[in-house]
Design a protein around this ligand. Structure first.
Ligand code: DO4
Ligand code: MG
Length: 277
């Protein structure tokens, strides 16, 4: 089952049928334990849509929640960070965190800094090396259970992060630094471990990079990340947690203004964003 956010509420899609439901409070709508069962009950009061064009859904499926992120959860990410911070002497931190009990978790974005499908993500003006990071993103309810999944783009400055690992918050958090969408996928059980994430970057209509990774390549369990995130933080309306990237373009690649970033994850769909100033 997928839920999309639009101006008046939610579009709930199940078995190729889509229903619209007026929702006054998105936070309360998604922040429910056993969300899948709750949504099935919600279908009773919903209107069946005859004609739906979900490509037009552009609102990120977020209310007032914080977005957090995990890092260095895939081997490819560990290698890329070690390489980019070699000169600054920061390379070994990434090696250590990959194997440590405590995962790397960082605050990524507020809803205001986040765009939806079709929105414009930004690269920092003081950054020379920029990449999108395509990440499976968990929606966790206030009680700490994983209730859904969406697609996240953890836009990142590799030049700032590589200069000094202490600059991570500046490399990761700025206006237009995150995209979420197009919907929240709410399966009956946890997401299929064979799920694939795909990234395509297009410049003037031509593909300039493409990559793919399976979520089964992740070093850590989703529940392990959530357990650490919830240790000393409360999230009254739930929260989103990006689970890290396993796709990193080669070191000579940097995003340019006008690029189109397409991130697809099985069962969820495709999140398309444009890179702007
Ligand atoms: O440690 C730096 C950030 C790592 C990250 O965002 C990732 O692995 O996805
Ligand atoms: Mg990331």
């Amino acid at each position: 089952m997928q839920i999309y956010k639009y101006e008046k509420g939610a579009v709930i899609c199940l078995d190729n049928k889509c229903y619209s439901k007026v929702v006054k409070d998105w936070d309360a709508f998604i922040n429910r334990k056993n969300l899948h069962e709750a949504l099935l009950k919600d279908l009773n009061g919903a209107t069946l849509l005859q004609d739906h064009t979900l490509q037009e859904v552009t609102m990120p499926p977020i209310g007032s929640q914080e977005i957090w992120a995990s890092g260095v959860t895939y081997m490819r990410s560990k290698q890329a960070r070690m390489e980019e911070s070699k000169k600054s002497g920061g390379g070994s931190f990434y090696d250590l965190v990959y194997d440590a009990e405590r995962p790397e978790l960082f605050f990524k974005a507020t809803p205001q800094r986040t765009v939806g499908n079709g929105g414009t993500v930004r690269i920092r003006k003081d950054s020379s090396w920029n990449v999108p990071e395509p990440e499976l993103t968990l929606f966790i309810c206030s009680e700490g259970s994983i209730e859904g999944y969406t697609i996240g783009n953890d836009m990142s400055s590799r030049s700032i992060e590589g200069e000094n690992p202490l600059y991570l918050p500046q490399a990761k958090t700025y206006e237009g630094c995150a995209a979420l969408g197009p919907c929240i996928y709410v399966p009956r059980r946890r997401i299929d471990p064979n799920t694939k994430i795909r990234l395509g970057i297009f410049r003037e209509g031509k593909a300039v990079f493409s990559g793919e990774i399976g979520i089964d390549q992740m070093k850590r369990k989703h529940t392990e990340l959530v357990e650490f995130l919830f240790k000393e933080c409360d999230f009254p309306n739930g929260c989103f947690l990006m689970t890290g990237t396993g796709i990193v373009p080669p070191d000579d690649f940097s995003l340019a203004i006008g690029d189109e970033v397409h991130i697809s994850i099985d069962h969820i769909g495709t999140l398309v964003n444009f890179v702007g100033k």
